[in-house]
Design a binder for this molecule. Sequence first.
Ligand SMILES: Nc1ncnc2c1ncn2[C@@H]1O[C@H](COP(=O)(O)OP(=O)(O)OP(=O)(O)O)[C@@H](O)[C@H]1O
Ligand SMILES: [Mg+2]
Length: 263
Amino acid sequence: MDKLEKAMQKARQERAMNVTLPHGVTAMGSVTTPHATPRRASNKDLITITDDQLARSRIMAHRTRSPEADGFRLLRTQVLQVMAREKYKTLAITSPNYGDGKTTIGLNLALSIALDLKQTVLMADLDLRKPNLHEFLGLTPAVGLSDYLLRDTPLPDCLLRLSFERLSLLPAGTPLDESSEALGLPKMAALAHEMKTRYPDRLVIYDMPPVLAQDDSLAFVPHVDAVLLVIREGKTKAEDVTRCLELLASANIIGVVLNEAIT
Ligand SMILES: Nc1ncnc2c1ncn2[C@@H]1O[C@H](COP(=O)(O)OP(=O)(O)OP(=O)(O)O)[C@@H](O)[C@H]1O
Ligand SMILES: [Mg+2]
Protein backbone atom coordinates (compact mmCIF):
# COMPACT_ATOMS: atom_id res chain seq x y z
CA MET A 1 0.00 0.00 0.00
CA ASP A 2 1.51 3.34 -0.97
CA LYS A 3 1.67 6.45 1.22
CA LEU A 4 -1.37 8.12 -0.31
CA GLU A 5 -3.54 5.07 0.20
CA LYS A 6 -2.38 4.89 3.81
CA ALA A 7 -3.15 8.56 4.43
CA MET A 8 -6.58 8.22 2.85
CA GLN A 9 -7.31 5.12 4.85
CA LYS A 10 -6.22 6.98 7.97
CA ALA A 11 -8.48 9.89 7.02
CA ARG A 12 -11.38 7.51 6.54
CA GLN A 13 -10.81 5.60 9.74
CA GLU A 14 -10.32 8.64 11.90
CA ARG A 15 -13.50 10.42 10.96
CA ALA A 16 -17.07 9.81 11.97
CA MET A 17 -18.31 9.29 8.46
CA ASN A 18 -16.68 7.98 5.33
CA VAL A 19 -17.83 9.54 2.15
CA THR A 20 -16.47 8.31 -1.12
CA LEU A 21 -18.33 8.55 -4.35
CA PRO A 22 -19.07 4.91 -5.08
CA HIS A 23 -18.71 5.10 -8.82
CA GLY A 24 -16.01 7.72 -8.64
CA VAL A 25 -16.57 10.71 -10.80
CA THR A 26 -14.19 9.38 -13.40
CA ALA A 27 -17.09 8.41 -15.61
CA MET A 28 -17.99 12.07 -16.01
CA GLY A 29 -15.54 12.29 -18.91
CA SER A 30 -14.60 15.56 -20.49
CA VAL A 31 -17.17 17.71 -22.19
CA THR A 32 -16.07 19.54 -25.28
CA THR A 33 -18.90 22.00 -25.88
CA PRO A 34 -17.54 25.55 -26.33
CA HIS A 35 -17.58 28.03 -23.48
CA ALA A 36 -20.75 30.09 -23.25
CA THR A 37 -20.60 33.88 -22.95
CA PRO A 38 -21.11 34.76 -19.27
CA ARG A 39 -24.42 36.40 -18.48
CA ARG A 40 -24.72 39.41 -16.20
CA ALA A 41 -26.79 38.29 -13.28
CA SER A 42 -28.69 40.29 -10.72
CA ASN A 43 -30.82 39.36 -7.76
CA LYS A 44 -33.89 40.62 -9.58
CA ASP A 45 -33.81 37.84 -12.18
CA LEU A 46 -34.80 34.25 -11.73
CA ILE A 47 -31.81 32.68 -13.42
CA THR A 48 -32.25 29.63 -15.59
CA ILE A 49 -29.14 27.53 -16.06
CA THR A 50 -29.13 25.47 -19.25
CA ASP A 51 -28.30 21.78 -19.39
CA ASP A 52 -25.37 22.65 -21.68
CA GLN A 53 -23.91 24.97 -19.06
CA LEU A 54 -24.33 22.34 -16.36
CA ALA A 55 -22.66 19.71 -18.55
CA ARG A 56 -19.74 22.06 -19.29
CA SER A 57 -19.21 22.44 -15.55
CA ARG A 58 -19.60 18.72 -14.88
CA ILE A 59 -22.76 19.25 -12.88
CA MET A 60 -24.59 15.96 -13.08
CA ALA A 61 -26.63 15.74 -9.89
CA HIS A 62 -29.94 16.59 -11.59
CA ARG A 63 -29.74 13.77 -14.12
CA THR A 64 -31.87 10.72 -13.79
CA ARG A 65 -30.43 7.28 -14.43
CA SER A 66 -26.83 8.44 -14.31
CA PRO A 67 -24.15 6.75 -12.18
CA GLU A 68 -22.65 10.14 -11.31
CA ALA A 69 -26.01 11.47 -10.11
CA ASP A 70 -26.49 8.25 -8.11
CA GLY A 71 -23.09 8.89 -6.52
CA PHE A 72 -24.15 12.40 -5.53
CA ARG A 73 -27.49 11.14 -4.19
CA LEU A 74 -25.59 8.72 -1.97
CA LEU A 75 -23.26 11.50 -0.85
CA ARG A 76 -26.31 13.71 -0.22
CA THR A 77 -27.97 11.05 1.93
CA GLN A 78 -24.84 10.49 3.97
CA VAL A 79 -24.29 14.21 4.49
CA LEU A 80 -27.95 14.90 5.29
CA GLN A 81 -28.07 12.07 7.81
CA VAL A 82 -25.16 13.49 9.76
CA MET A 83 -26.37 17.08 9.44
CA ALA A 84 -29.87 16.17 10.67
CA ARG A 85 -28.65 13.96 13.49
CA GLU A 86 -26.24 16.59 14.79
CA LYS A 87 -28.48 19.57 13.92
CA TYR A 88 -25.76 21.01 11.71
CA LYS A 89 -26.72 23.76 9.28
CA THR A 90 -23.47 24.85 7.66
CA LEU A 91 -20.94 22.77 5.76
CA ALA A 92 -17.59 23.95 4.39
CA ILE A 93 -16.07 22.13 1.44
CA THR A 94 -12.34 22.35 1.19
CA SER A 95 -9.30 20.41 -0.01
CA PRO A 96 -5.52 20.53 0.23
CA ASN A 97 -4.79 22.30 -3.07
CA TYR A 98 -6.24 24.21 -6.00
CA GLY A 99 -8.16 22.21 -8.53
CA ASP A 100 -9.01 19.19 -6.38
CA GLY A 101 -12.68 19.47 -7.32
CA LYS A 102 -14.18 21.38 -4.37
CA THR A 103 -16.54 23.51 -6.44
CA THR A 104 -17.54 20.63 -8.72
CA ILE A 105 -18.33 18.38 -5.76
CA GLY A 106 -19.91 21.20 -3.75
CA LEU A 107 -22.24 22.39 -6.50
CA ASN A 108 -23.29 18.85 -7.39
CA LEU A 109 -23.98 18.18 -3.72
CA ALA A 110 -25.89 21.47 -3.32
CA LEU A 111 -28.05 20.71 -6.34
CA SER A 112 -28.66 17.15 -5.22
CA ILE A 113 -29.79 18.40 -1.81
CA ALA A 114 -32.00 21.09 -3.38
CA LEU A 115 -33.70 18.43 -5.50
CA ASP A 116 -34.53 16.46 -2.36
CA LEU A 117 -37.70 18.60 -1.76
CA LYS A 118 -37.32 18.79 2.00
CA GLN A 119 -34.40 21.13 2.05
CA THR A 120 -33.35 24.49 0.70
CA VAL A 121 -29.69 25.19 0.06
CA LEU A 122 -27.62 28.31 -0.12
CA MET A 123 -24.21 27.86 -1.69
CA ALA A 124 -21.74 30.63 -0.91
CA ASP A 125 -18.40 31.27 -2.61
CA LEU A 126 -15.90 31.97 0.14
CA ASP A 127 -12.89 32.07 -2.12
CA LEU A 128 -12.83 35.85 -2.02
CA ARG A 129 -9.41 36.01 -3.66
CA LYS A 130 -10.02 33.80 -6.67
CA PRO A 131 -13.79 33.37 -6.80
CA ASN A 132 -15.22 31.20 -9.55
CA LEU A 133 -18.40 29.49 -8.36
CA HIS A 134 -20.41 31.84 -10.58
CA GLU A 135 -18.41 30.76 -13.62
CA PHE A 136 -19.66 27.22 -13.17
CA LEU A 137 -23.11 28.60 -13.90
CA GLY A 138 -21.97 30.94 -16.68
CA LEU A 139 -22.81 34.06 -14.65
CA THR A 140 -21.10 37.37 -13.92
CA PRO A 141 -22.81 38.73 -10.83
CA ALA A 142 -22.51 42.48 -10.26
CA VAL A 143 -22.01 42.14 -6.51
CA GLY A 144 -21.45 39.47 -3.87
CA LEU A 145 -20.17 38.68 -0.40
CA SER A 146 -17.11 40.96 -0.46
CA ASP A 147 -19.34 43.90 -1.43
CA TYR A 148 -21.62 43.10 1.50
CA LEU A 149 -18.64 42.89 3.86
CA LEU A 150 -16.69 45.92 2.70
CA ARG A 151 -19.06 48.18 0.79
CA ASP A 152 -22.28 47.75 2.73
CA THR A 153 -24.16 46.33 -0.24
CA PRO A 154 -27.32 44.84 1.30
CA LEU A 155 -27.12 41.05 1.48
CA PRO A 156 -30.40 40.45 -0.40
CA ASP A 157 -28.92 42.36 -3.35
CA CYS A 158 -26.03 39.89 -3.44
CA LEU A 159 -28.10 36.70 -3.50
CA LEU A 160 -28.92 35.04 -6.81
CA ARG A 161 -32.10 33.04 -7.26
CA LEU A 162 -31.77 30.08 -9.57
CA SER A 163 -34.56 28.34 -11.42
CA PHE A 164 -33.75 25.29 -9.29
CA GLU A 165 -36.35 26.28 -6.78
CA ARG A 166 -34.61 25.46 -3.54
CA LEU A 167 -31.07 26.46 -4.52
CA SER A 168 -29.73 29.99 -4.21
CA LEU A 169 -26.26 31.37 -4.56
CA LEU A 170 -24.12 33.91 -2.75
CA PRO A 171 -21.31 34.80 -5.15
CA ALA A 172 -18.00 36.08 -3.76
CA GLY A 173 -18.27 39.52 -5.33
CA THR A 174 -15.38 41.80 -6.20
CA PRO A 175 -12.14 39.78 -5.74
CA LEU A 176 -10.02 40.81 -2.75
CA ASP A 177 -6.32 40.43 -1.99
CA GLU A 178 -6.96 40.63 1.74
CA SER A 179 -9.44 37.79 1.64
CA SER A 180 -8.64 36.19 5.00
CA GLU A 181 -8.89 39.59 6.71
CA ALA A 182 -12.36 40.05 5.17
CA LEU A 183 -13.43 36.57 6.31
CA GLY A 184 -12.15 37.45 9.78
CA LEU A 185 -14.34 40.56 10.12
CA PRO A 186 -16.95 40.60 12.91
CA LYS A 187 -19.53 41.21 10.17
CA MET A 188 -18.59 37.87 8.61
CA ALA A 189 -18.77 36.10 11.97
CA ALA A 190 -22.24 37.58 12.49
CA LEU A 191 -23.30 36.46 9.01
CA ALA A 192 -21.93 32.94 9.59
CA HIS A 193 -23.94 32.79 12.80
CA GLU A 194 -27.08 34.03 11.07
CA MET A 195 -26.61 31.41 8.35
CA LYS A 196 -26.97 28.72 11.01
CA THR A 197 -30.10 30.10 12.56
CA ARG A 198 -32.15 32.08 10.02
CA TYR A 199 -34.15 29.33 8.25
CA PRO A 200 -34.67 25.96 9.95
CA ASP A 201 -34.88 24.00 6.68
CA ARG A 202 -31.92 25.66 4.98
CA LEU A 203 -28.43 24.22 4.67
CA VAL A 204 -25.52 26.43 3.75
CA ILE A 205 -22.61 25.06 1.75
CA TYR A 206 -19.44 27.15 1.75
CA ASP A 207 -17.12 26.71 -1.22
CA MET A 208 -13.75 27.36 0.44
CA PRO A 209 -10.24 28.00 -0.88
CA PRO A 210 -7.64 25.22 -0.50
CA VAL A 211 -6.24 24.68 3.00
CA LEU A 212 -2.57 24.52 2.02
CA ALA A 213 -2.58 27.50 -0.34
CA GLN A 214 -4.02 30.26 1.82
CA ASP A 215 -5.10 30.69 5.42
CA ASP A 216 -8.74 31.62 4.65
CA SER A 217 -10.18 28.15 5.22
CA LEU A 218 -8.40 27.68 8.53
CA ALA A 219 -9.50 31.11 9.70
CA PHE A 220 -13.11 30.44 8.79
CA VAL A 221 -13.73 26.80 9.81
CA PRO A 222 -14.39 27.69 13.47
CA HIS A 223 -17.57 29.36 12.18
CA VAL A 224 -18.95 26.27 10.42
CA ASP A 225 -20.68 23.23 11.84
CA ALA A 226 -18.95 20.69 9.63
CA VAL A 227 -16.27 20.25 6.98
CA LEU A 228 -16.14 17.96 3.97
CA LEU A 229 -12.65 17.34 2.64
CA VAL A 230 -12.12 16.67 -1.06
CA ILE A 231 -9.09 14.67 -2.12
CA ARG A 232 -8.29 14.13 -5.76
CA GLU A 233 -7.13 10.65 -6.64
CA GLY A 234 -3.90 10.61 -8.61
CA LYS A 235 -3.15 14.25 -7.75
CA THR A 236 -3.28 14.83 -4.01
CA LYS A 237 -0.03 13.81 -2.32
CA ALA A 238 -0.08 11.77 0.87
CA GLU A 239 1.85 14.42 2.77
CA ASP A 240 -0.69 17.04 1.68
CA VAL A 241 -3.53 14.96 3.13
CA THR A 242 -1.59 14.50 6.37
CA ARG A 243 -0.72 18.20 6.61
CA CYS A 244 -4.29 19.17 5.83
CA LEU A 245 -5.65 16.88 8.54
CA GLU A 246 -3.11 18.31 11.00
CA LEU A 247 -4.13 21.88 10.18
CA LEU A 248 -7.81 20.99 10.42
CA ALA A 249 -7.36 19.02 13.63
CA SER A 250 -9.83 21.16 15.53
CA ALA A 251 -12.35 21.24 12.67
CA ASN A 252 -15.30 18.91 12.54
CA ILE A 253 -14.51 16.90 9.42
CA ILE A 254 -17.56 14.74 8.73
CA GLY A 255 -16.22 13.06 5.63
CA VAL A 256 -13.72 12.74 2.85
CA VAL A 257 -14.74 12.73 -0.79
CA LEU A 258 -12.35 10.87 -3.02
CA ASN A 259 -12.77 12.73 -6.28
CA GLU A 260 -12.08 11.01 -9.57
CA ALA A 261 -11.83 7.72 -7.75
CA ILE A 262 -10.76 4.82 -9.89
CA THR A 263 -13.14 1.97 -9.30
N1 LIG B 1 -14.20 13.95 -11.13
C1 LIG B 1 -13.75 14.76 -12.07
N2 LIG B 1 -13.46 14.27 -13.29
C2 LIG B 1 -12.98 15.09 -14.26
N3 LIG B 1 -12.76 16.40 -14.10
C3 LIG B 1 -13.04 16.94 -12.90
C4 LIG B 1 -13.55 16.15 -11.83
N4 LIG B 1 -13.73 16.96 -10.75
C5 LIG B 1 -13.35 18.20 -11.16
N5 LIG B 1 -12.94 18.19 -12.44
C6 LIG B 1 -12.42 19.33 -13.20
O1 LIG B 1 -11.23 19.78 -12.55
C7 LIG B 1 -11.13 21.20 -12.59
C8 LIG B 1 -11.01 21.72 -11.16
O2 LIG B 1 -12.22 21.45 -10.49
P1 LIG B 1 -12.84 22.49 -9.46
O3 LIG B 1 -12.81 23.87 -10.02
O4 LIG B 1 -14.12 21.93 -9.00
O5 LIG B 1 -11.74 22.37 -8.32
P2 LIG B 1 -11.55 23.33 -7.08
O6 LIG B 1 -10.94 22.49 -6.02
O7 LIG B 1 -12.82 24.00 -6.76
O8 LIG B 1 -10.52 24.38 -7.65
P3 LIG B 1 -10.08 25.77 -6.94
O9 LIG B 1 -9.16 25.37 -5.83
O10 LIG B 1 -9.36 26.49 -8.04
O11 LIG B 1 -11.32 26.45 -6.47
C9 LIG B 1 -12.38 21.69 -13.33
O12 LIG B 1 -12.05 21.88 -14.67
C10 LIG B 1 -13.35 20.53 -13.18
O13 LIG B 1 -14.28 20.47 -14.25
MG1 LIG C 1 -13.29 26.03 -6.54
